[in-house]
Design a protein around this ligand. Sequence first.
Ligand code: ADP
Ligand code: GLC
Length: 477
Amino acid sequence: MKIIIVGSEMTPFVKTGGLADVIGALSRELAALGHDVVTFLPLYRAVRDKIAAAPCVSNNIRVPVGGRSVVGAIYELPVAERQRVVFVRQDEMFDRAGLYGEGDRDYADNAARYLFFSKAVAASIPALRFVPDVLHAHDWQAAFVPLWWSRTLAPAWRLRTVFTIHNLAYQGLFPARQFELTNLPPEYFGVKGLEFHGQLNLMKAGLLYSDVLTTVSEHYAEEIQTKEYGCGLEGLLRAHRHKLHGVLNGADYEAWNPRTDRHIAANYDSHSLANKVACKRALLDALGLPVERAWAPLIGMVSRVVEQKGYHLVAEAIPQIVTMGATLAILGAGDPKLERQLQELARRYPTRLAVKFGFDEELAHQMEAGADMFLMPSQFEPCGLNQMYSLRYGTVPIVRATGGLADTVQPYNPGQQTGNGFLFTAFTTEAMLAAVARALETFRQRQHWIRAVQNAMACDFSWRKSALQYLSLYQMP
Ligand code: ADP
Ligand code: GLC
């Protein structure tokens, strides 16, 4: 098949979260399965140096954005056999320090930026010498592509459009007056179109005007049809459930494999767990925590510091977790208020809690390898990648049973010695602490702990399976 993938971030070029891992790995896997893949990305400042050699294919991609006619260029980078990445350049919009904003402020012109990007993608396809069978757009930033495609090119060119929701909490909401930037007739701004409680909702373009809808786990596909998780779109999603599918993300084991990981102190697998202890000592040392306490259980967290990830539960629970004898290491970046709160706690417990703020790929790998347990008390989690990485690193996950966490982690059962982690259901500090207590108790029983670690390391979430599921949706009659 000839497949076009569109998203706003992609490893190894630019990443703020799991979306980048998914676009990177899915593109690569589909090409490895013998399909031709072109992935579209905006040409951000952070990307520029990495693609200096990419030739310009066209410098005259012209699309309307409201009253303006905006010109962009496209650059094409071959990355593997059958795989290319096409970067859409528009310096006024994308040559900036951030992707979506700076500090905790979104850029004021995000609607114009991603409408331009989406329209430019559709307008670029004829320049690629490539007749696509499938157009697969991801998240609100690319949600407009299928709709614009069908309005501008579809009559001459049939293809299947697929839209994937990675996180329903980010819908691309803008003031109603910005509807004008879509260049759609006014009838599209209604409840049955892009209007959402008086605002412009760009994600709705993907939900309503794609042939197939997917989200990143089966559990989340069910959850988003309920009031608790639907973010106001549950009714619409229920109405479209016939075309909604849950496809669990894979884990990129080329990047996340303790046997080959170049970022960690010692490589290991389930037969050489002594080297995992070496990783733990190196991590404690790097974080300024006492290495002589390496015998104590170490709980790691790596994630965006936002409410979704359950940080306020963690902040509230830290004194008790410390009393229970564990050490905690947190790597994240995000909400300044939550960051200050964690910083304050780290000052109170300097030998028991280390927090690092910022985006640090290398430290993220060292945390996966060096921690004993990995905590993800998410309020909602469409899929979650870190728990899958943790499993591979024998770092036993403690998670809230929601979304993809519920689909990948099963409770350790000492009787049968089955299960790969610890779960809780209620989104409360008490419920989380009870799961942490169960994990710490099991940690003290060496036989059981080693079994849980081995069960975790034996799990396989490789991308092949997910890519094959997407292919069958691409090909579905
Ligand atoms: P989300 O996409 O909601 O942030 P995921 O679990 O799907 O959550 O993916 C998060 C990805 O981002 C993982 O690859 C994780 O290692 C990475 N990550 C998150 N925060 C940081 C950070 N501060 N430094 C390095 N990597 C991070
Ligand atoms: C989103 C979700 C996360 C998911 C990722 C990749 O950022 O929050 O759960 O793993 O997308 O699909």
